[in-house]
Design a protein around this ligand. Structure first.
Ligand code: FAD
Length: 428
């Protein structure tokens, strides 16, 4: 039940804040969540439309033991990606290809995987790591589109320790590190379905279920923007605090409290991302099925082949059942990131015409769309830079027991990392 003197205050009712609030409540704490907006969920929203569901941010979650536990506690059924949609493509040499490397490049990658030590070096960029450990071609054609698609960052300014450190812990070649990582994760007792998962009504169903529980067992106050941790402590002197906002807000609140964090002002960047869901009658893949296409970018010019601007396309109705009405294809186009900040300054109409131009370059027979749903996030994702790594290390060092700082800038950008960290902190 809500109390006037909660044990814990959570700032931010995005996915991170709601999850931490829910876990604290399930351990018997009384919790008050304070959210700036008039609704919860933060970046995440699953919008039902005439032609199908539109996700404003995350489309899927990499499954893990903790998500299986959470879903079963919330009474939600996990929706597994359709095995027929497993095929992932990379756009090279004029078309989407499953294996973008030539025979010799593939042989060279295999040789390096068995011989080159893959633990990231101190201060090494992801681009440097990729060229050293995988080779130039694999770094450009595999690593760049894959990580660019997740982090929206420039590989040359991303920290290899921060992004790859947990997968490559041993000073051993790639295959040994991947085996080690897999063995650490399979020793967990709960049966975990593999791959990307979601829920029937979209990722928003998970957020809605968390929000409903937190409202029932604790309290959420909307339209409550926190401007100072000191003032909050004055009002709730006995409460522990979980700060679960985006990077910019967290830094602003923490800088005023901890003088050693002032240096990070202007050093930590966030990246804009634009997501467009397009409904139409034809599919880029013709009669085939697949998960999505990634587009390698040159890390200096940020251009990809044929002047295509999109970073990645997801085939929503192939991945999860029920994502669009019968006979309609739903594709999500992701733009922006380090190389294309400009896209977030454009109007919806301009963005839609960029989507249609890109689609025609990839699929010249492209027919007219039925509808588009555009979401523009101006500072959606943190840049996973070496400065962000040292910010995280400073937080680990200086935060007092009664203050936690969580979010997509704490050692993992995706929902899987946020869930795993939250469960570990609550010792579940
Ligand atoms: C286009 C896109 C696609 C993505 N796709 C995937 C995907 O497929 N899989 C995946 O795992 N991840 C994906 N992500 C990442 C994932 O969606 C985010 O990392 C995650 O939703 C972040 O949640 P959060 O709660 O930490 O932050 P947010 O969602 O930003 O929530 C922070 C909350 O804090 C509130 N707040 C801020 N300041 C204050 C204040 N001062 N006082 C009170 N409240 C405040 C905000 O209003 C907001 O509600 C994607 C992200 C984007 C943008």
């Amino acid at each position: 039940m809500p109390t006037p003197h909660p044990d814990r205050i959570v700032i931010g009712a995005g996915f991170t804040g709601l999850l931490h609030a829910y876990l604290a409540l399930s351990k018997g704490e009384s919790v008050l969540v304070l959210e700036k907006a008039d609704r919860g969920g933060g970046l995440i929203r699953s919008v039902p439309t005439e032609y199908g569901i539109v996700e404003t941010a995350a489309n899927g979650i990499l499954n893990c033991r903790e998500l299986e536990l959470l879903s079963s506690k919330l009474g939600l059924d996990i929706l597994v990606a359709d095995p027929a949609a497993k095929r992932r493509f990379i756009f090279t040499r004029g078309k989407p290809r499953r294996i973008p490397l030539t025979f010799f490049e593939a042989v060279s990658l295999a040789y390096k995987a068995f011989t080159v030590p893959s633990k990231p070096l101190e201060g090494e960029s992801v681009l440097h790591w990729g060229k050293r450990v995988l080779g130039e071609s694999a770094a450009e054609k595999l690593l760049e589109p894959a990580l660019g698609g997740i982090y929206a960052g420039d590989l040359d300014t991303m920290s290899a320790e921060l992004v790859l450190g947990k997968f490559f812990q041993l000073n051993q070649p790639t295959w040994k590190n991947l085996k080690h990582y897999a063995s650490e994760n399979t020793s967990k007792p709960v049966k975990t379905r593999r791959g990307t998962v979601s829920f029937r009504g979209g990722i928003g169903s998970l957020v809605a279920a968390l929000e409903a529980r937190v409202k029932k067992e604790g309290k959420i106050k909307y339209e409550e923007e926190i401007g100072s941790l000191k003032q909050l402590r004055g009002k709730y002197p006995r409460a522990k605090i979980t700060l679960a906002t985006n990077l910019s807000s967290s830094l602003k609140l923490l800088r005023a409290e901890f003088s050693e964090l002032k240096v990070y002002q202007g050093m930590l960047q966030t990246l804009p991302v634009v997501s467009v869901t397009r409904f139409g009658k034809d599919s880029i893949l013709g009669t085939g099925k697949g998960f999505g296409i990634l587009f390698p970018k040159d890390h200096k010019t940020y251009s990809s082949e044929m002047g295509i601007r999109v970073r990645g396309i997801l085939f929503n109705n192939f991945i999860f059942p029920g994502r669009s009405v019968n006979g309609i294809n739903s594709e999500t186009y992701i733009y922006g990131g380090a190389g294309d900040r400009e896209i977030a300054t454009k109007s919806e109409a301009e963005i839609i015409s960029i989507v249609e131009e890109d689609r025609k370059k990839i699929f010249p027979e492209s027919s007219s769309p039925l509808n588009h749903y555009v979401t523009i996030w101006k500072d959606a994702l943190p840049e996973y830079s070496p400065q962000l790594l040292s910010f995280n290390r400073d937080l680990d060092r200086i935060l007092p027991e009664d203050l936690r700082v969580e979010g997509n800038f704490r050692y993992g950008i995706g929902l899987k990392s946020i869930i795993e960290r939250a469960f570990a902190q609550h010792s579940l």
